[in-house]
Design a binder for this molecule. Structure first.
Ligand SMILES: *Cc1c(COP(=O)(O)O)cnc(C)c1O
Length: 407
């Protein structure tokens, strides 16, 4: 098969779509006004971002005044959690509940707050990468300030029972934040129906540009200012609005929320073809739940394979994929998400994530299905660990329990 170029890392970032770019361009040229200016050019910009806020709010069943633009998902996560901690910590609520497989924007914020005297409960996910509302309920205490649980995991694609967790938090009168960065465009989200108080979103995961996102803040929730200065974002986050990015974000959110069931059906067919094909490789395993899974997510581990080599060889074959996202920080530690599933290091190390988008084609899937087994064979042929495996050595018995049989 001829070499192709296939972008299968849409959970890392996505290409800006034509539709989004077209929505942005006028705001980079003629309509460049500052929304705070009082002449018409400024007022028009203000009007545009107000409309953008409204269009976004409609997609999630909230009102425009509850949408706060941020620089992306990380900022929204930091703001939501730190603000709740600061406001409620003053009242003696110094306990936070989260999971052990959140994005680092959440985990590192929690770790920072631990140093400030907060206590954090990290709920352990099960071997499929799920938690239950029961677990959350049991962890809630008198002094719990906030529960923060991601909607869908960025590495293994599991979708968590957000509505049920929201209901538990509502019943107990505890704030509920969800990092919905990966879920948007893949599942229908209604913040009121799902009892979500705070929700983070990022533009660049849904075909908008990088550096824009929003935090939904339910009306009435006391928030601290994130950036002091002008009166933008109702005085809570100062700085002249990034008008082109905001206009692109509104377009991207609308596009993402159109025809979700149809898009998910098409994507999950391709995803399943990949999973079924790739897990035929001996000593492999699918990470994450098979059913409660994002339509475009494939995450598979291979024993006797080093993730880094796998990515480099895939790249040499024109395929952009990712492994445990920890490698991006230059560390060789396996991903905290895969370790949270209970995988031994040898298995967690040899992992590959493929994340599809609406642009992925059946031909792309054919090519990946043809390329991956060849690449795995090549890496294994050079691996001392693989030699131990084929010889049935003692040192790999534990790891073997986590993967499919050798033959
Ligand atoms: C990408 C991502 C983020 C970070 O968003 P940025 O806009 O890149 O800051 C946060 N949470 C999850 C689950 C993500 O996938």
């Amino acid at each position: 098969m001829e070499k192709r170029f296939i972008y299968a890392d849409n959970a890392a970032t996505t290409a800006v779509s034509k539709r989004v770019l077209d929505a942005m361009l006028p705001y980079m040229t003629e309509q460049f006004g500052n929304p705070s200016s009082i002449y018409k050019l400024g007022r028009d910009a203000e009007k545009s971002i107000t409309e953008a806020r409204d269009r976004i709010a409609k997609c999630f069943g909230c009102s425009a005044s509850e949408i706060y633009f941020t620089s992306g998902g990380s900022e929204a996560d930091n703001w939501a959690i730190r603000s709740a901690a600061l406001r409620l910590g003053e009242k003696g609520k110094k306990h936070i509940i989260t999971t052990n497989f959140e994005h680092h924007a959440v985990l590192h914020t929690c770790q920072f707050l631990e140093k400030q005297g907060f206590e954090v409960t990290y709920l352990p996910v099960d071997e499929k990468g799920l938690i239950t509302a029961e677990q959350v309920k049991d962890a809630i205490r008198e002094d719990t300030a906030i529960v923060t649980v991601m909607y869908a995991n960025n590495e293994i694609g599991t979708i968590l029972p957000i509505k049920e967790i929201g209901a538990v938090c509502k019943e107990k009168g505890v704030l509920f934040h969800t990092d919905a960065v990966q879920a948007i465009g893949h599942v229908d989200i209604d913040v009121k129906d799902q009892n979500i108080d705070l929700m983070s979103c990022s533009g660049h995961k849904i075909h908008a540009q990088k550096g824009i996102g929003f935090l939904y803040i339910r009306k009435g929730i006391p928030m601290t200012n994130l950036i002091f200065g002008g009166a933008q974002e109702r005085g809570r986050r100062a700085g002249t609005e990034n008008v082109p990015a905001i206009m692109g974000l509104a377009e991207a959110v609308e596009a993402a929320c159109e025809n979700i069931p149809e898009k998910a059906a098409r994507l999950s067919k391709m995803r399943d073809r990949l999973i079924d094909g790739i897990t035929k490789i001996p000593c492999s395993r699918l990470n994450g739940d098979r059913e409660k899974r994002l339509a475009g997510n494939v995450n598979i581990s291979f024993l006797g394979v080093e993730g880094e080599s796998l990515l480099l060889l895939l790249d040499a074959n024109g395929i952009c994929a990712s492994s445990g996202s920890a490698c991006t920080s230059g560390s060789l530690d396996p991903s905290h998400v895969l370790l949270a599933l209970g995988l031994p290091h040898e298995v967690a190390h040899g992992s590959m994530r493929l994340s599809l988008s609406e642009e992925t084609t059946e031909e792309d899937i054919d090519y990946i299905l043809e390329t991956v087994p060849k690449v795995i064979d090549r890496i294994r042929s050079m691996s001392p660990l693989w030699e131990d495996i084929t010889k049935g050595k003692e040192n790999i018995q534990k790891a073997m329990k986590f993967v499919s049989p050798l033959k």
